[in-house]
Ligand binder design. Structure first.
Ligand code: TRP
Length: 452
């Protein structure tokens, strides 16, 4: 056990783990995707449903993933094999590895956009611009498949480079300084956004719920976004948990990570919506371009906005990097543990594969018309539905196959406070509430597709 831990690498410290897991969770999902889907799904009511999903479904699933990972100290496929040998459960790990690969492929495309925006902002491209020119810059860029591909490649290469460096040296160091800085810049953006003319309309949109807009689709998007943002449902937290030591407290780690993740997403909404309503002709439903259309306007309204904006996009790129690292790490851990590949070989080949698979997404925003909407579709199927399915299976596995008693035993190591409250609540959620809620949402979504 000790030997396998040391040859696989492990976290340098407890805080290091929480920061790295938060680094995995916090990324484009919070700052780019959360405002985008909130805007497309009616605002405040979506936000409330989202919060419910995080608390009731996300946190328990994260605790389950971490305990499976630490118990088995292996990649997602190996983890299911270790607890349930000679069964089909390993397919859940397989689905996770596949999902991670596909998410990585399109995630790097958008992460590449943020790199481009570092350059655009620092070079003063937006200075003195108006909403129209800002919009034109975005649409021209994303319609240029070749340059989108170059940034996509660059981002994938960075990810491969860090994952090749190993656990502690690469992932942990980067998360430590940069995530708190991102939080600080985001908070400053929120302050400016809230004081722009027209801000109150945005606050209303964001905070005053209108449940008449809620339908099945909205609930599905909230559920999917919760799993996506928390990095759940495909074994990323199983993999990160596998590098944890026995004296870490899994319950409080899961709570810290979820809290930090949700706070950043919530703040991102506060940065975007008030500012959005101060820009004429921009609607919350614009989709993937939302933050790239709104943020440059805020930067233009602050002193040193050029530098501030560049720093913000830079930190966003780093946040995205700590997420792509975790996505690649899951797939790489699989090839190392199950196929005996070296870390270097796995990282290079998987990175190359994900780059190639990302090409249709890179060309899906105007460069090639038959690919229009490709990225949105893959995002829906793999970034949301597949994660919800994975989470459902993980709940069933933990609650009914592995069993809550065994899972609790794993949880109790490194967890010294009284378990009188946590254990029964978590057991009930993971056995009943989570699987039933997720199953109902998933089946009704599938039924509505079939009916349509
Ligand atoms: N959670 C990250 C974000 O919000 C994306 C991500 C990283 C992810 N690893 C994951 C999503 C694993 C699902 C599963 O940007």
């Amino acid at each position: 056990m000790t030997e396998s831990l040391s040859t696989r690498g492990s976290w340098g410290s407890k805080v290091g783990f929480v920061l790295a897991a938060a680094g995995s969770a916090i990324g484009l999902g919070n700052i780019w995707r959360f405002p985008t889907v909130t805007g497309q799904n009616g605002g405040a009511a979506f936000v409330l449903i989202y919060l419910g999903c995080v608390l009731l479904l996300g946190v328990p699933v994260m605790i389950a993933e971490l305990s499976i990972g630490r118990k088995t100290a292996s990649d997602p496929v190996g983890a299911f094999k270790a607890i349930a040998p000679n069964s089909l459960w390993k397919a859940v790990g397989g689905l996770g590895v596949l999902t991670g690969f596909i998410i990585l492929s399109f995630y790097c495309v958008v992460a590449g956009w943020t790199l481009k925006y570092v350059l655009l902002t620092v070079s003063g491209q937006f200075v003195g611009g108006n909403p129209e020119t800002i919009q034109r810059t975005f649409t021209t860029f994303v319609a240029d498949g070749v340059s989108v591909t170059i940034y996509h490649l660059l981002f994938m290469a960075l990810t491969v480079w860090i994952v090749t460096g190993g656990i502690e040296k690469g992932i942990e160091k980067a998360s430590r300084i940069l995530m708190p800085t991102l939080l600080l810049l985001l908070a400053l953006l929120v302050l400016r956004s809230l004081t722009l003319p027209g801000a109150s309309q945005g606050i209303l949109f964001y905070l005053s719920p209108d449940f008449s807009k809620v339908d099945l689709g909205v609930i599905m998007r909230a559920l999917g976004q919760a799993f996506f943002s928390l990095s759940l449902g495909m074994g990323a937290m199983i993999t990160y948990g596998s590098y944890l030591s026995k004296d870490d407290n899994l319950v409080s780690s899961a709570l810290y990570v979820s809290l930090a993740d949700t706070l950043i997403a919530f703040l991102a909404g506060f940065a975007i919506f008030p500012a959005l309503f101060s820009v004429p002709d921009l609607s919350p439903t614009v989709g993937a371009g939302l933050i790239f259309l709104v943020l440059p306007n805020i930067f233009n309204a602050i002193p040193f906005g050029q530098l501030f904006g560049a720093a913000f996009f830079f930190l966003l790129a780093i946040a995205a990097l700590t997420s792509t690292i975790s996505l690649l790490e899951v797939v790489v851990a699989y090839f190392i543990d199950q196929r005996g590949w070296s870390r270097k070989r796995s990282a290079l080949l998987v990175g190359l594969g994900a780059f190639l698979f990302g090409l249709p997404s890179a060309y899906s925003n105007g460069s090639v018309s038959f690919l229009d909407g490709f990225m949105d579709a893959v995002f829906l199927y793999f970034g949301e539905i597949s994660l919800a399915l994975g989470a459902l299976l993980i709940c069933l596995f933990t609650g009914w196959k592995w069993g809550v008693a065994a899972a609790l035993e794993e949880l109790h190591s490194g967890y010294s406070y009284s378990s009188r409250f946590v254990a029964p609540v978590w057991s009930f959620l993971i056995r009943y509430v989570c699987p039933i809620a997720i199953a109902i949402i998933l089946t009704s979504i599938v039924a509505s597709y079939l009916g349509a």
